[in-house]
Design a protein around this ligand. Sequence first.
Ligand SMILES: [Zn+2]
Length: 290
Amino acid sequence: MTIDSGWAERYSRQIMLAGIGGNGQRRLGEARVGIIGSGPAARTVLLYMVAAGVGVARGETAPIAGMPEVAHALASNPACRIEPLRLPEDAAHLDLLIDTGESAIDGNRIALQWQLPLLGAMPTEDGRIRLAGSRAGANPNLPCMACGAPPRQTQPAQWNTLALPATGCALASEAIKTLLAIGDPTLFTAALLFDPLRAEYQTLPRTRDPACPCCATEFIDITIATCPMTFVLVKLKMETMAPGQRLRVRLNGGEPLTNLPLTLRDEGWPVSPPWTEGDAFGLLVTKLAR
Ligand SMILES: [Zn+2]
Protein backbone atom coordinates (compact mmCIF):
# COMPACT_ATOMS: atom_id res chain seq x y z
CA MET A 1 0.00 0.00 0.00
CA THR A 2 1.47 3.33 -1.09
CA ILE A 3 0.59 6.34 1.06
CA ASP A 4 0.67 9.35 -1.25
CA SER A 5 -1.48 12.32 -2.19
CA GLY A 6 -3.56 10.11 -4.49
CA TRP A 7 -4.27 7.75 -1.58
CA ALA A 8 -5.16 10.67 0.72
CA GLU A 9 -7.49 12.18 -1.87
CA ARG A 10 -9.09 8.86 -2.74
CA TYR A 11 -10.03 8.12 0.88
CA SER A 12 -10.36 11.71 2.12
CA ARG A 13 -14.05 11.36 3.02
CA GLN A 14 -13.35 8.32 5.19
CA ILE A 15 -10.18 9.82 6.69
CA MET A 16 -12.26 12.80 7.81
CA LEU A 17 -14.72 10.54 9.64
CA ALA A 18 -14.43 10.22 13.41
CA GLY A 19 -13.09 6.78 14.31
CA ILE A 20 -11.36 6.14 10.98
CA GLY A 21 -8.73 8.82 10.24
CA GLY A 22 -5.47 8.04 8.51
CA ASN A 23 -4.57 5.19 10.87
CA GLY A 24 -7.94 3.54 10.36
CA GLN A 25 -7.67 3.86 6.60
CA ARG A 26 -4.22 2.23 6.70
CA ARG A 27 -5.65 -0.62 8.77
CA LEU A 28 -8.40 -1.12 6.20
CA GLY A 29 -5.74 -1.22 3.51
CA GLU A 30 -3.97 -4.04 5.34
CA ALA A 31 -7.15 -5.98 6.16
CA ARG A 32 -8.06 -9.30 4.58
CA VAL A 33 -11.74 -10.19 4.42
CA GLY A 34 -13.30 -13.45 3.27
CA ILE A 35 -16.83 -13.37 1.85
CA ILE A 36 -18.85 -16.60 1.74
CA GLY A 37 -21.67 -16.47 -0.78
CA SER A 38 -22.06 -15.89 -4.46
CA GLY A 39 -25.34 -13.99 -4.71
CA PRO A 40 -26.36 -10.35 -4.66
CA ALA A 41 -25.67 -9.87 -0.94
CA ALA A 42 -22.10 -11.17 -1.34
CA ARG A 43 -21.59 -8.94 -4.38
CA THR A 44 -22.83 -5.93 -2.43
CA VAL A 45 -20.40 -6.70 0.39
CA LEU A 46 -17.57 -7.17 -2.09
CA LEU A 47 -18.37 -3.85 -3.75
CA TYR A 48 -18.30 -1.96 -0.45
CA MET A 49 -15.13 -3.68 0.75
CA VAL A 50 -13.33 -2.47 -2.38
CA ALA A 51 -14.89 1.00 -2.18
CA ALA A 52 -13.78 1.31 1.46
CA GLY A 53 -10.18 0.46 0.51
CA VAL A 54 -9.93 -2.97 2.14
CA GLY A 55 -6.62 -4.51 1.08
CA VAL A 56 -7.67 -8.02 0.12
CA ALA A 57 -11.26 -9.18 -0.37
CA ARG A 58 -11.53 -12.89 -1.00
CA GLY A 59 -14.86 -13.99 -2.39
CA GLU A 60 -16.57 -17.03 -3.79
CA THR A 61 -17.69 -14.69 -6.56
CA ALA A 62 -14.11 -13.86 -7.60
CA PRO A 63 -12.93 -13.48 -10.33
CA ILE A 64 -15.08 -10.46 -11.00
CA ALA A 65 -16.31 -11.32 -14.48
CA GLY A 66 -19.94 -10.31 -14.71
CA MET A 67 -19.67 -7.79 -11.88
CA PRO A 68 -19.15 -4.45 -13.64
CA GLU A 69 -19.91 -2.44 -10.50
CA VAL A 70 -17.10 -4.21 -8.63
CA ALA A 71 -14.72 -3.85 -11.57
CA HIS A 72 -15.49 -0.13 -11.61
CA ALA A 73 -14.79 0.21 -7.87
CA LEU A 74 -11.58 -1.76 -8.31
CA ALA A 75 -10.38 0.62 -11.02
CA SER A 76 -10.71 3.50 -8.54
CA ASN A 77 -8.97 1.57 -5.74
CA PRO A 78 -5.83 0.16 -7.39
CA ALA A 79 -4.27 -1.00 -4.11
CA CYS A 80 -7.20 -3.37 -3.44
CA ARG A 81 -7.11 -6.96 -4.59
CA ILE A 82 -9.92 -9.43 -5.11
CA GLU A 83 -8.90 -13.04 -4.86
CA PRO A 84 -10.81 -16.32 -4.94
CA LEU A 85 -11.81 -17.72 -1.55
CA ARG A 86 -10.98 -21.36 -0.89
CA LEU A 87 -12.10 -22.69 2.45
CA PRO A 88 -10.91 -23.84 4.84
CA GLU A 89 -7.33 -23.39 3.59
CA ASP A 90 -7.59 -19.60 3.15
CA ALA A 91 -9.05 -19.09 6.63
CA ALA A 92 -5.59 -18.80 8.18
CA HIS A 93 -4.94 -15.70 6.07
CA LEU A 94 -8.08 -13.72 6.96
CA ASP A 95 -8.88 -11.04 9.53
CA LEU A 96 -12.65 -11.37 9.19
CA LEU A 97 -15.13 -13.79 7.67
CA ILE A 98 -18.51 -12.69 6.30
CA ASP A 99 -21.15 -15.34 5.62
CA THR A 100 -23.99 -13.96 3.53
CA GLY A 101 -25.95 -17.21 3.81
CA GLU A 102 -26.01 -17.60 0.04
CA SER A 103 -23.69 -20.59 0.08
CA ALA A 104 -23.80 -24.10 1.51
CA ILE A 105 -20.49 -23.41 3.30
CA ASP A 106 -21.01 -22.98 7.05
CA GLY A 107 -18.95 -19.96 8.07
CA ASN A 108 -19.63 -20.55 11.77
CA ARG A 109 -17.60 -23.74 12.04
CA ILE A 110 -14.72 -22.27 10.04
CA ALA A 111 -14.69 -19.11 12.16
CA LEU A 112 -14.71 -21.18 15.37
CA GLN A 113 -11.93 -23.43 14.16
CA TRP A 114 -9.69 -20.60 13.02
CA GLN A 115 -10.69 -18.17 15.78
CA LEU A 116 -11.91 -15.60 13.27
CA PRO A 117 -14.54 -12.95 13.91
CA LEU A 118 -17.61 -13.70 11.81
CA LEU A 119 -20.52 -11.62 10.56
CA GLY A 120 -23.46 -13.35 8.99
CA ALA A 121 -26.97 -13.06 7.64
CA MET A 122 -29.71 -15.64 7.32
CA PRO A 123 -33.36 -15.44 6.29
CA THR A 124 -35.88 -16.57 8.92
CA GLU A 125 -38.96 -18.71 8.29
CA ASP A 126 -41.25 -15.70 8.64
CA GLY A 127 -39.48 -13.76 5.88
CA ARG A 128 -37.23 -11.59 8.00
CA ILE A 129 -33.43 -11.35 7.84
CA ARG A 130 -31.37 -12.25 10.87
CA LEU A 131 -28.03 -10.47 11.16
CA ALA A 132 -25.55 -11.58 13.83
CA GLY A 133 -21.86 -11.86 14.58
CA SER A 134 -19.59 -14.23 16.45
CA ARG A 135 -16.32 -13.88 18.29
CA ALA A 136 -16.76 -17.25 19.98
CA GLY A 137 -13.61 -18.60 18.33
CA ALA A 138 -11.45 -16.25 20.38
CA ASN A 139 -13.75 -15.86 23.37
CA PRO A 140 -15.84 -18.88 24.41
CA ASN A 141 -17.91 -16.74 26.77
CA LEU A 142 -19.56 -15.19 23.71
CA PRO A 143 -22.25 -16.92 21.63
CA CYS A 144 -21.31 -18.51 18.34
CA MET A 145 -23.55 -18.01 15.33
CA ALA A 146 -25.47 -21.21 16.15
CA CYS A 147 -26.06 -20.52 19.86
CA GLY A 148 -29.82 -20.22 20.34
CA ALA A 149 -30.36 -19.86 16.59
CA PRO A 150 -32.53 -21.99 14.31
CA PRO A 151 -30.54 -24.79 12.62
CA ARG A 152 -28.66 -23.62 9.55
CA GLN A 153 -30.28 -24.67 6.32
CA THR A 154 -28.37 -27.25 4.35
CA GLN A 155 -29.23 -25.48 1.11
CA PRO A 156 -28.21 -21.92 0.27
CA ALA A 157 -30.76 -19.51 1.65
CA GLN A 158 -33.77 -18.43 -0.37
CA TRP A 159 -33.80 -14.68 0.00
CA ASN A 160 -36.54 -12.16 -0.04
CA THR A 161 -35.04 -10.03 -2.81
CA LEU A 162 -36.31 -6.87 -1.09
CA ALA A 163 -33.84 -7.56 1.70
CA LEU A 164 -30.73 -8.07 -0.39
CA PRO A 165 -29.41 -4.49 -0.69
CA ALA A 166 -30.03 -3.77 3.00
CA THR A 167 -28.40 -7.05 4.02
CA GLY A 168 -25.28 -6.46 1.95
CA CYS A 169 -24.93 -2.86 3.13
CA ALA A 170 -25.49 -3.78 6.79
CA LEU A 171 -22.86 -6.54 6.63
CA ALA A 172 -20.38 -4.20 4.91
CA SER A 173 -20.94 -1.50 7.52
CA GLU A 174 -20.50 -3.96 10.40
CA ALA A 175 -17.39 -5.36 8.71
CA ILE A 176 -15.69 -1.96 8.67
CA LYS A 177 -16.68 -1.39 12.31
CA THR A 178 -15.25 -4.78 13.25
CA LEU A 179 -11.99 -4.31 11.35
CA LEU A 180 -11.44 -0.90 12.97
CA ALA A 181 -12.88 -1.83 16.40
CA ILE A 182 -15.12 1.24 16.35
CA GLY A 183 -18.74 1.76 17.32
CA ASP A 184 -20.89 -0.60 19.33
CA PRO A 185 -20.20 -4.30 18.62
CA THR A 186 -23.88 -5.12 19.17
CA LEU A 187 -24.08 -7.99 16.71
CA PHE A 188 -21.62 -10.08 18.74
CA THR A 189 -24.07 -10.27 21.64
CA ALA A 190 -27.37 -9.70 19.85
CA ALA A 191 -29.22 -10.56 16.66
CA LEU A 192 -30.75 -7.87 14.50
CA LEU A 193 -33.98 -8.95 12.82
CA PHE A 194 -34.97 -6.90 9.78
CA ASP A 195 -38.40 -7.10 8.19
CA PRO A 196 -38.07 -5.61 4.68
CA LEU A 197 -41.83 -5.55 4.05
CA ARG A 198 -42.58 -3.48 7.15
CA ALA A 199 -39.25 -1.63 7.47
CA GLU A 200 -39.05 -2.84 11.06
CA TYR A 201 -35.93 -3.67 13.02
CA GLN A 202 -35.79 -5.70 16.22
CA THR A 203 -32.72 -6.38 18.35
CA LEU A 204 -32.72 -9.59 20.39
CA PRO A 205 -29.98 -10.31 22.96
CA ARG A 206 -27.97 -13.49 22.46
CA THR A 207 -26.01 -15.47 25.03
CA ARG A 208 -23.80 -18.50 24.74
CA ASP A 209 -25.70 -21.80 24.79
CA PRO A 210 -23.75 -24.31 26.92
CA ALA A 211 -25.36 -27.15 24.95
CA CYS A 212 -24.60 -25.64 21.54
CA PRO A 213 -23.31 -28.41 19.27
CA CYS A 214 -21.10 -25.98 17.32
CA CYS A 215 -18.99 -24.22 19.91
CA ALA A 216 -18.36 -27.43 21.87
CA THR A 217 -18.89 -30.79 20.28
CA GLU A 218 -17.26 -32.86 23.02
CA PHE A 219 -16.83 -32.54 26.76
CA ILE A 220 -14.41 -33.97 29.33
CA ASP A 221 -14.16 -33.34 33.07
CA ILE A 222 -10.58 -33.75 34.33
CA THR A 223 -11.03 -32.18 37.75
CA ILE A 224 -10.31 -35.59 39.34
CA ALA A 225 -6.87 -35.79 37.64
CA THR A 226 -3.51 -34.24 38.40
CA CYS A 227 -0.68 -33.41 35.99
CA PRO A 228 0.46 -35.07 33.81
CA MET A 229 -2.68 -37.27 33.70
CA THR A 230 -4.71 -34.16 32.84
CA PHE A 231 -2.90 -33.95 29.51
CA VAL A 232 -3.02 -37.71 28.92
CA LEU A 233 -6.81 -37.79 29.35
CA VAL A 234 -7.33 -34.81 27.03
CA LYS A 235 -4.94 -36.24 24.43
CA LEU A 236 -6.78 -39.59 24.43
CA LYS A 237 -10.09 -37.76 23.99
CA MET A 238 -8.73 -35.56 21.18
CA GLU A 239 -7.52 -38.67 19.32
CA THR A 240 -11.13 -39.89 19.09
CA MET A 241 -12.36 -36.59 17.64
CA ALA A 242 -12.67 -35.50 14.02
CA PRO A 243 -10.81 -32.46 12.68
CA GLY A 244 -12.73 -29.28 13.34
CA GLN A 245 -14.39 -30.54 16.53
CA ARG A 246 -13.98 -28.58 19.74
CA LEU A 247 -13.54 -30.10 23.16
CA ARG A 248 -14.79 -28.31 26.27
CA VAL A 249 -12.48 -29.21 29.14
CA ARG A 250 -13.46 -28.76 32.79
CA LEU A 251 -10.33 -28.54 34.90
CA ASN A 252 -9.03 -27.32 38.23
CA GLY A 253 -7.17 -24.09 38.77
CA GLY A 254 -3.52 -24.07 39.83
CA GLU A 255 -1.18 -26.49 38.09
CA PRO A 256 -3.66 -27.94 35.54
CA LEU A 257 -4.81 -24.49 34.47
CA THR A 258 -1.21 -23.29 34.14
CA ASN A 259 0.26 -26.34 32.42
CA LEU A 260 -2.48 -27.85 30.25
CA PRO A 261 -3.00 -24.96 27.80
CA LEU A 262 0.77 -24.73 27.18
CA THR A 263 1.07 -28.47 26.51
CA LEU A 264 -1.99 -28.49 24.23
CA ARG A 265 -0.64 -25.57 22.21
CA ASP A 266 2.65 -27.48 21.84
CA GLU A 267 0.56 -30.21 20.18
CA GLY A 268 -0.66 -27.60 17.67
CA TRP A 269 -4.21 -27.35 19.03
CA PRO A 270 -5.61 -23.82 19.53
CA VAL A 271 -6.80 -23.27 23.10
CA SER A 272 -9.30 -20.61 24.15
CA PRO A 273 -8.77 -18.33 27.12
CA PRO A 274 -10.13 -20.07 30.27
CA TRP A 275 -13.39 -19.12 31.97
CA THR A 276 -14.72 -19.96 35.42
CA GLU A 277 -17.19 -22.82 35.88
CA GLY A 278 -18.25 -22.73 39.53
CA ASP A 279 -15.15 -23.59 41.57
CA ALA A 280 -13.38 -25.00 38.48
CA PHE A 281 -12.42 -23.64 35.06
CA GLY A 282 -13.36 -24.36 31.47
CA LEU A 283 -11.59 -24.00 28.16
CA LEU A 284 -12.11 -25.06 24.56
CA VAL A 285 -9.57 -26.98 22.53
CA THR A 286 -9.92 -27.19 18.75
CA LYS A 287 -8.66 -30.10 16.70
CA LEU A 288 -7.44 -28.50 13.50
CA ALA A 289 -8.02 -30.03 10.10
CA ARG A 290 -4.31 -30.05 9.25
ZN1 LIG B 1 -22.57 -22.02 19.87
